[in-house]
Design a protein around this ligand. Structure first.
Ligand code: COA
Length: 332
């Protein structure tokens, strides 16, 4: 039977952050770095650390918060899209593991990996699953245990990352003026070599050499990535404004990927937005990769700072490079 096509909307949000904290003093105790350097260069003060378990163990409480807030059970979920670069294992997918753990016995699902842009890519795909009429309840989860792939001997990268998870529920809505309105996503593979994890895949399977050479960790040429990330995020934001005829007054919140406070500020400046309109929690959690955007949405909603009709622009930038933007008129 042909189903009617509808706009998709986020109808609930949830998040989870593990309780253990590494503050900047932790790094001062054994690395040639300082609290002042980390704060000034990144904006980060502390990050959360999952001491036991895998990415799915953070995703589950984030999803439970999301479902409880909506007042529905896991059995009503039809599909689970998991954005992550740190799956519990290569297979089964983290989506499969989560499906079992939450008891979503009527759901199928899959993992999607696009580095720090994974959540926005996944949100776009899930939007199409709703708009096509294929599904009416889709979970999009962004979760990463970055401490599992962070080299704590490399001061260039280890201060940047933390662990966390966020989840959003997508459903069709009647009001065409609200919901997930636009996406503009990009990939530029010419710069892949500046941010990557060399080993553990089919090209360089795990071996004594890959472990000895510390190739199972994030490797980043920070300065080079920074130089691309600033225009990349700002271009993505400008594109959202141009494509949707938005002035700064039309935007209640910019939700940027939380990689570096200086990149976030430069993006807001290019958009003509004051920092009061920008969701920032990088000081508390660092870069949680796939989880940064949904954690922001859930925390701001929890504080009563997201209202029906609000214009929300999401922007992201990550390895690949992958980058892009999304435009939402908040629906609940
Ligand atoms: N503590 C103290 N000094 C450090 C340091 C640390 N934790 N990390 C690097 N440094 C040093 C560098 O070695 C360098 O020293 P040198 O001049 O003697 O070589 C100096 O600080 C400046 O390094 P630089 O890389 O120029 O710093 P930066 O201002 O670019 O900041 C990053 C470094 C990583 C914070 C920044 O480049 C960044 O955020 N990059 C992009 C991250 C990103 O967006 N990633 C994509 C999404 S995941």
């Amino acid at each position: 039977m042909m189903k009617s096509l509808k706009r998709a909307a986020i109808t609930s949000v949830g998040h989870y952050l593990p309780p253990d904290i590494y503050d900047n003093k932790f790094f001062e105790s054994y690395l040639d770095t300082s609290d002042q350097w980390i704060r000034e260069r990144t904006g980060i003060q502390e990050r959360r650390v999952l001491k036991q378990g895998g990415t799915s163990d953070m995703a589950v409480p984030a999803i439970e918060m999301c479902l409880n807030r909506r007042g529905i059970t896991a059995e009503e979920i039809e599909c689970i899209v998991v954005a992550t670069v740190t799956p519990d294992m290569l297979f089964p997918s983290t989506s499969s593991l989560i499906q079992g753990k939450i008891g979503a016995k009527n759901a199928w699902g899959f993992d999607l990996e696009a580095a720090c842009s994974s959540f926005l890519y996944a949100l776009n795909v899930a939007t199409r699953l709703i708009e096509s009429g294929a599904h009416t309840k889709v979970l999009v989860v962004g979760a990463d245990k970055m401490t599992a792939i962070t080299d704590y001997q490399d001061r260039n990268t280890c201060v940047l990352f933390g662990d966390g998870a966020g989840a959003v529920l997508l459903e069709p809505i009647e009001d065409e003026s609200l919901g997930l309105i636009d996406f503009d996503l990009k990939t530029d593979s010419t710069c892949g070599k500046f941010l990557y994890m060399p080993a553990g895949g089919s090209l360089l399977p795990p071996s004594i050499e890959t472990v000895t050479n510390r190739q199972h960790y994030v490797i980043q040429d920070g300065k080079t990535v920074f130089k691309s990330a600033v225009p990349g995020m700002a271009d993505a934001a400008e594109s959202m404004m141009r494509r949707n005829n938005l002035s700064p007054d039309d935007i209640r919140w910019l939700v940027p990927h939380q990689a570096n406070l200086r990149i976030i500020s430069a993006t807001a400046e290019r958009m003509g937005l004051p920092m009061e309109k920008v969701m920032v929690n990088i000081h508390k959690y660092g870069n949680t990769t796939s989880a940064t955007l949904p954690i922001c949405l859930s925390e701001w909603w929890e504080q009563g700072l997201l209202d029906k009709g609000d214009g929300v622009v999401l922007v992201t930038f990550g390895a690949g490079y992958t980058y892009g933007g999304g435009y939402i008129k908040w629906a609940y």
